[in-house]
Design a binder for this molecule. Structure first.
Ligand SMILES: Nc1ncnc2c1ncn2[C@@H]1O[C@H](COP(=O)(O)OP(=O)(O)OP(=O)(O)O)[C@@H](O)[C@H]1O
Ligand SMILES: [Mg+2]
Length: 390
């Protein structure tokens, strides 16, 4: 049971919060603010103070800083749409979380039960989350690509990130760079408060602290930069922006895993410019295998083929009528890893319960762990090449 005090929270949102089970809620309007200091100092002071939209932003931030200093045991949640440098200002003011005014019951429940989205700032303490790795300046950037859609990029990227994060999940960030139809959040069953769209809407986008506020921490502990809620967002994001984003993340995390959309888009090229390791994925489908041959040629021509490259065949089964040797003959390079087709992989994707967590002993999970180990054994050199699309 936690005590929430709502200050100047708009009626319908307040009603939504009151309907949440497990909380005792006290509402205060703007006329009651004089009594707030007394409430905060009383024996039954709130666990969470929710500052609504009807309280001016500047006053809310000022107030939050003061609560953070004098009542560090009280968590402050701000009700606001995230714009510009708000996350950074909120973070500096000790705000624990930001909830949009249109939040539904599930989002509210998450905000009040998992109060770890913004790191709490107290005097003399680092503003970074406890789990945050120190800046490493040389993270491994693993980009997962395929010439065709539906061959398992998101499945492999997600499971690979979880495999990298097995021992140190705080070292891993998974980026959904399928800007139009990203579905990493579905694969991981997470409901992000912020997405890659917010990164590019915010003015302080590449500030390390701000960036952290846009990440969602999965239950496993890995961080995720989720895909945009609408395909239009892609129009506002340029290749160079994506390059800067990945570069910044590689300074903050030891492993950056990037899921991409099918084919070679300008965003995938930008990611490849930052890549230290490339995973080229194909199914055992003739068109996809031929496509991979072309992709290898194009990337080599552009000088975007990292030294550390891994060719992975996913959905391998006997039904395809092809053998790994046949595939190698078409693509002209050896296949490094083979991941089996299995119904459970499909089901795990649908249920948001990735294989390496839910079916650790399966052949698919073993294959992913081998892949993760093989990539970790590769060197990770980043060349930072620039390529313009004609
Ligand atoms: N090894 C596998 N065995 C069985 N099903 C698989 C396997 N790998 C992926 N799948 C399933 O295939 C479908 C497509 O996978 P996924 O979404 O990962 O592909 P994708 O390449 O990211 O697709 P898109 O290009 O549309 O983003 C999903 O339903 C997924 O669960
Ligand atoms: Mg995908």
């Amino acid at each position: 049971m936690s005590r929430l005090t709502l200050v100047c929270v708009e009626e319908s949102l307040a009603a939504g919060i009151e309907a949440l089970p497990g909380h005792v809620v006290v509402r205060l309007g703007s006329d009651d603010l004089g009594g707030l200091a007394g409430i905060l100092s009383s024996a039954d002071s709130p666990d969470v103070l929710v500052l609504g939209e009807e309280l001016p932003l500047e006053s809310s931030l000022h107030f939050s800083a003061s609560v953070s200093e004098h009542h560090p045991e009280v968590e402050v949640v701000l009700v606001r749409d995230v714009t510009g440098d708000l996350p950074l200002r909120a973070l500096r003011a000790g705000v624990r979380d930001i909830v949009p005014p249109a939040a539904d019951a599930e989002m509210l429940g998450e905000a009040f039960s998992r109060p770890n989205r913004l790191p709490r700032r107290t005097t003399g303490e680092s503003a970074l989350p406890q789990t945050a790795p120190g800046p490493v300046h040389d993270g491994r950037v693993v980009v997962v690509t395929s010439p065709k859609g539906g061959v398992g990029k998101t499945t492999v990227a997600t499971n690979l990130a979880l495999a990298f994060g097995k021992d140190n999940p705080g070292d891993v960030v998974l980026v959904d760079l399928d800007l139009q139809f990203g579905d990493v959040d579905t694969m991981l069953d997470i409901r992000p408060h912020h997405t890659i769209a917010d990164v590019f809407d915010g003015s302080g986008a590449f500030d390390a602290l701000v960036m952290r506020t846009y990440l969602t921490v999965h239950d496993s502990g890995i961080s995720v930069l989720c895909g945009a809620p609408s395909p239009d967002v892609a129009d506002r994001i340029s290749g160079p922006d994506v390059g800067k984003l990945i570069d910044e993340l590689s300074r903050q995390f030891r492993h950056v895993v990037v899921d991409t959309s099918a084919g070679i888009t300008e965003w995938t090229l930008a990611a490849l410019e930052q890549a230290s390791n490339l995973v080229l994925l194909s199914s055992m489908d003739v068109a996809c295998i031929r496509g991979m041959r072309k992709e290898i040629d194009v990337l080599a021509e552009l000088g975007l083929m990292p030294q550390a490259r891994t060719v992975v065949l996913n959905m391998a089964d006997r039904q395809s009528g092809m053998k790994v040797k046949d595939v190698e003959n078409v693509i002209g390079v050896p296949v490094d890893n083979v991941l089996p087709r299995a119904r459970e992989v499909h089901l795990a994707g649908n249920h948001g319960a990735p294989m390496v967590l839910s079916r650790r002993k399966s052949s698919f999970s073993k294959g992913i762990r081998h892949l993760a180990e093989a990539i970790q054994a590769q060197e990770h050199v980043r060349h930072h090449r620039r390529v313009e699309l004609a």
